[in-house]
Write a protein that binds this ligand. Structure first.
Ligand code: BGC
Ligand code: BGC
Length: 756
């Protein structure tokens, strides 16, 4: 007879033996993800599941307060990863380990991972997120690429795919598994402080770039992409960040959803929700947008995450919920799977637990949300390989300067070039001046080391400034001199220089802090150009103005008159100087094109190329797609035919100049007469081609039928995108041709097309 006390012990032993013989199903790497998720969920407590839905900022785990930057604090580790079972962490803008070095990133994230795996009952790894929106930009030493607006100006999705891969490799090397990029919002209002993070105004361009970035980053295998911020974030009427947007179902589906649909179809595993509201409903509280549209219509099956503190804001800003408990239930029931809290883990988890116990949120919904997070962890291989094996994170992070250089070079957009002022050739003395000539903060923009960009006197990442680049890259016999705008000798040097390069720009900013009411160029900058113009009066020395800015600033007429050449450099990043030297000295012909229409006044907004016709039309200062070259290109023999789900355009392009050059071929469409407003000419497709002097090549431009789709119907239109039957006129260069299309409907779930 076995003593009663021994019985349970023996039972446990037997179970233990059984378990050791057969590892739990969720740990079997060969089991299908859905089975692993179901098995793991069945073993988890409600508290553990709610923890998976919670995301906390690194700063909360360091030092004593919210923003102290110190070593990881064991007390907070226990509270957050232990007591609250938190399933993901992030580095918000500027939240970095101390010291901010690649190796410290890897060690810190590995340490957090180790803690999470060892203390969680079931050994569940964490996800770690960052905003690597233009390189691994929180990390000192990482290569910084141009911001999205500059990448869009390259019209080069292959380049963006390569950058997606390079950024994915960089973040993966430091243990990061979740990148809050790419930005799939459109930049349709330059007053918005996040305009520069976007791929510009065009759904066609943004969709191609978003898909390319997602594909590149996915090829690394260990990093999830985030499409942010779902949806219509950039469309606030005020032009402000996180402000209300009012838009029709027609523009929701025709303009704002396509880049998200493209990202979903390219395999993005997460989506971040926009902080604003659409048609009177905060997106975080919209079941329609987060479930009906995102899940059912677009077919997204990954993780939907809140943005920073946005559940609280349902109470404090939007005032659609009386208290945090109600807000939590509202957001989770609408479809938010993970909440970026980001500080008070216990506050959030206890509110959600209360709401589940009160029956306001179903356990099935918790299983669904936590299950999606677990599915992501399985898919990324985190249960098998939770730590980074790269021994030298440092070496991996500082790479790809050549890719950054290529990106910056391809983005540079030549707006004006009077009398062939550029390239600068045969100059003995070149004067470089202006506030941007050697300002690393300016060439990087926001989201670089710190949230709002580099701080005066703070850490400075490696970079080639414009001055350094123009010096190092100067041709034989050219001497570069630098004077600050306030140097008393400035005008004397200008008076004898053979060329003057003045670099203007915007100080860095991020989010609402960057909202602008006037898009103004600082008065001092305009005056600087005027003074230089006077000094150059009557001489044959060109004045070249370079603008490093995240958006089209209003260019005073005097500045435009004074500048013989005008170059838009966007926010070019690490290799600004090298890229500008290549283009200004003529080693590379500029090939960037504006991914937005440049407004002539704030009152003239909106000015996008797809604005429908109106009696009084505002003209842009420079249209969408504007960009000059040193070369001359001729297009001929445009042909177009419907080819399955696309219209295939093909055109001969000839380099009729005497220099090798790259050229962006842009295709526009004119719609048939239909019963709703259509833009006069809509940009729908593009291709980049490199040609030697005298070379001709046939270039294909593929236009998915999706890009021609509209939401038809009267004011209370339905939801469905359709290609309306009729004759479509396609234009490339000076050529045009027509294609007749039947009525087609578009299935947003997979972008497939059915035509009658
Ligand atoms: C921004 C997001 C970002 C998040 C985390 C938010 O304020 O809107 O774009 O991913 O912070 O840093
Ligand atoms: C964080 C950012 C975040 C922002 C939200 C900042 O303090 O560092 O990551 O995007 O707050 O407003």
């Amino acid at each position: 007879m076995i003593p009663r006390l021994l019985l349970p012990l023996l039972l446990l032993l037997a179970l233990g033996v059984a378990a050791s013989q057969e590892a739990p199903r969720y740990l079997d790497p060969d089991a299908p993800v859905a089975e692993r998720v179901a098995d793991l969920l069945a073993r988890m407590t409600l508290e553990e599941k709610v923890g998976q839905m919670t995301q906390i900022d690194l700063a909360r785990l360091m030092g004593s307060g919210e923003w102290d930057r110190g070593p990881l604090d064991p007390l907070w580790l226990e509270r957050i990863l232990g007591d609250a079972h938190v399933g993901s962490l992030l580095s918000g803008g500027g939240a970095a380990p101390v010291p901010n070095e690649p190796a410290a990133w890897k060690e810190t994230i590995d340490a957090l991972q180790r803690y999470a795996i060892r203390t969680s009952r079931l050994g569940i790894p964490i996800l770690y997120g960052v905003d690597a929106v233009h390189g691994h930009n929180n990390v000192l030493g990482a290569t910084i690429y141009p911001h999205g607006i500059g990448l869009a100006a390259t019209f080069d999705p292959d380049l963006v795919r390569a950058i997606g891969r390079a950024v994915g490799e960089d973040v993966a090397a430091t243990g990061v598994t979740w990148n809050f990029a790419p930005v799939a919002d459109l930049g349709r209002d330059p007053r918005w402080g996040r305009f520069y993070e976007t791929f510009g105004e065009s759904p066609a361009v943004a969709a191609a770039m978003v898909a390319a970035f997602v594909e590149g980053q996915a090829s690394v295998g260990r990093v999830a992409s985030t499409l942010k911020h779902f949806v219509a974030y950039g469309q606030a009427e005020s032009g402000n960040d996180r402000a209300p947007a009012d838009l029709s179902g027609r523009s929701l589906r025709g303009i704002h959803l396509p880049p998200f649909a493209a990202g979903v179809h390219a395999g993005a595993r997460t989506v971040m929700i926009a902080s604003g509201s659409v048609n009177g409903v905060p997106v975080h509280a919209s079941r329609y947008l987060l479930t009906d549209v995102l899940r059912e219509e677009l077919g997204f099956d990954g993780v939907a995450s809140s943005d920073w503190g946005d559940v609280d804001k349902l109470v404090t800003v939007h005032r659609v919920a009386p208290d945090l408990d109600a807000a939590v239930a509202m957001a989770v029931n609408a479809g938010v799977d993970v909440v970026m809290v980001p500080h008070d883990a216990e506050g959030f988890t206890s509110a959600l637990l209360r709401q589940v116990r009160a029956g306001e949120v179903s356990e099935a919904r918790i299983d669904e949300a936590a299950g999606r997070v677990l599915a992501l962890k399985f898919a990324l291989g985190l249960f098998e390989r939770p730590y980074v094996d790269t021994p030298a994170a440092a070496a991996v992070v500082e790479t790809d300067r050549s890719l950054a250089r290529r990106a910056a070079t391809e983005s540079l957009t030549l707006l004006e070039n009077r009398g062939g002022a550029l390239p600068i050739t045969g100059a003995r003395r070149v004067l470089v001046t202006g506030p941007g000539a050697s300002d690393v903060a300016m060439q990087m923009g926001g989201w670089t080391i710190r949230w709002q960009g580099l701080e005066p006197g703070g850490d400075e990442p490696p970079a080639v400034t414009v001055l350094e680049g123009l010096r190092a890259g100067a041709p034989e016999g050219t001497r570069v001199e630098h004077r600050t705008p306030h140097d008393p000798g400035l005008l004397d040097v200008a008076a004898t220089a053979d060329a003057v390069v003045v670099v203007l720009g915007e100080a860095p900013y991020a989010e609402g802090a960057g909202d602008s009411d006037d898009l103004a160029i600082p008065e001092d900058d305009a005056q600087l150009v005027a003074r230089l113009e006077d000094a150059l009066e009557g001489r044959d020395a060109p004045l070249v103005t370079v603008l490093m800015a995240g958006r089209p600033l209003l260019l005073p007429a005097a500045l435009r008159r004074a500048s013989d050449a005008l170059v838009m450099a966007y926010l070019p990043g690490t290799e600004a100087g090298t890229a500008l030297a290549d283009v200004l000295y003529g080693r590379v012909a500029p090939s960037g094109r504006l991914p937005f229409a440049w407004p002539a006044s704030v009152g003239g907004l909106p000015i996008t190329a797809d604005e429908p016709p109106a009696e009084a039309e505002h003209e842009p200062l420079y249209p969408f797609g504007h960009g000059l070259s040193y070369g001359r290109f001729r297009t001929s023999e445009l042909a177009a035919e419907r080819d399955g789900d696309e219209v295939r355009l093909s055109v001969m392009v000839e380099n009729a100049g005497d220099k090798s050059a790259e050229h962006v071929v842009l295709a526009h469409v004119r719609f048939p007469i239909v019963r709703i407003l259509t833009p006069e000419r809509l940009p729908v497709g593009f291709a980049r081609v490199a040609l030697d002097p005298g070379e001709s090549r046939r270039v294909d431009v593929r236009v998915p039928l999706e890009r021609l789709a509209l939401v038809p119907g009267d004011v209370r239109a339905g939801d469905d995108l359709a290609v309306l039957p009729g004759t479509y006129r396609f234009e490339v260069g000076g050529e045009s041709t027509e294609v007749s299309l039947d009525a087609c409907s578009i299935r947003s779930r997979d972008g497939s097309v059915a035509c009658r």
